[in-house]
Design a binder for this molecule. Structure first.
Ligand code: ADP
Ligand code: MG
Length: 324
């Protein structure tokens, strides 16, 4: 625990990520409850251990349907729906590819193409059967694996926000390894300041600062987890249509939204669309706003009704979508 001008902060490492909680009360009991809640959710959703509700589904692939809790079923139903959208990069059955590449888990070799082809055949979200009456999930092919890694942190950030609201907390921030969810704003400020990291920069180096009140800020960047091989960078956002990490002009996508789950879904979807198509898709989605950082050093903001952005790094050029 540390404190600075009335802010009390607690941190831990969970889900392989640094977790930070900020409150304006010195309430270690409440902080402990929040960390317990996160650990509980992780235990249910993880695919990085032998047992969880999601792993029970994966273990039964090709054999039988598995009934899960209402919360897990609803999250899977949401992931299923997003995975079936036309041209969606988001694919919650990407597990076999994630496990093979092992990016972020000491993976450092590029799998052979024939192996990737074989695994890609196990990543068709149409081969998942959901039964809302029994709350059951069936993966039709043996070897299929659900992976909720792209949305688990956002979902849990929203669960934490719901818990804090229920406890009548009016101002707080939870950072789950890059998924930031906020309640209100710190006293006497215009909002929470959330740093946007410089891609491949030092740990504390920022391109700019995003200011929000009671919103979620989610960033997905190719520099978060990757390995280099023969001069190429292989990062953790995979494309089940090619078997390889997605390769486009983007270094990071940040989404500002009410729900952190939406932030997580849209960072992946927009990452897959690229800047031009994203900006045009976002014009029809007033509650979802985004900041793109490109390989040619541009920072591009969509509309900015729910946030303010301040550029700190003069190596980057700030562009605002003038049509938004
Ligand atoms: P981070 O963990 O850095 O916040 P993201 O939220 O971008 O990252 O999610 C990346 C994780 O999502 C990967 O580690 C993997 O578990 C999973 N994943 C990778 N590619 C996809 C994809 N195309 N669709 C859905 N999930 C993916
Ligand atoms: Mg995500």
């Amino acid at each position: 625990m540390s404190t600075d001008e009335g802010v009390y902060a607690w941190s831990a490492v969970l889900m392989g990520s640094p977790i930070l909680l900020k409150l304006f009360d010195n309430n270690p009991t409440l902080a402990a409850q929040v960390f317990r809640l996160i650990r509980h959710q992780e235990n249910i959703l993880t695919v990085n251990r032998a047992h969880s509700e999601v792993m029970a589904i994966n273990h039964a692939a090709g054999q039988n349907a598995v009934s899960v809790s209402r919360e897990v079923f609803d999250l899977i139903a949401c992931a299923h729906q997003v995975s079936l959208l036309p041209d969606s990069l988001f694919n919650f059955t990407i597990g076999p590819l994630v496990k093979r590449w092992k990016i972020g888990f000491q993976g450092n070799s590029v799998p052979p193409a024939d192996e990737l082809n074989r695994l890609m055949a196990l990543t068709d979200p149409h081969n998942v059967e959901l039964d809302p009456a029994r709350l059951s999930v069936f993966l039709r092919q043996p070897g299929m694996e659900i992976d909720l890694g792209a949305i688990a942190k956002g979902y849990i950030a929203d669960v934490v926000r719901g818990f804090l609201r229920h406890q009548q907390v009016e101002r707080a921030l939870i950072n789950l390894g890059g998924n930031v969810q906020t309640l209100g704003a710190p006293p006497h400020t215009a909002g929470w300041s959330v740093g946007l990291k410089t891609p491949f920069g030092r740990a504390d180096e920022l391109i700019g600062v995003i200011e929000v009140v009671g919103k979620s800020v989610v960033t997905s960047g190719v520099y978060e987890r990757y390995f280099e091989r023969d001069g190429r960078c292989y990062h953790h956002i995979l494309d089940a249509r090619s078997g390889y990490p997605l390769d486009n002009e983007l270094l990071s996508v940040t989404v500002i939204s009410d729900r952190s789950l939406d932030g997580d879904i849209y960072t992946t979807l927009l990452y897959g669309l690229g800047v031009e198509k994203s900006l045009s898709a976002l014009r029809a989605l007033p509650h979802i706003e985004a900041i793109f950082v490109t390989r040619d050093a541009e920072v591009i903001c969509s509309s900015s009704r729910q946030f303010a952005f301040r550029l700190l790094d003069d190596r980057y050029r700030l562009i605002t979508d003038s049509t938004a």
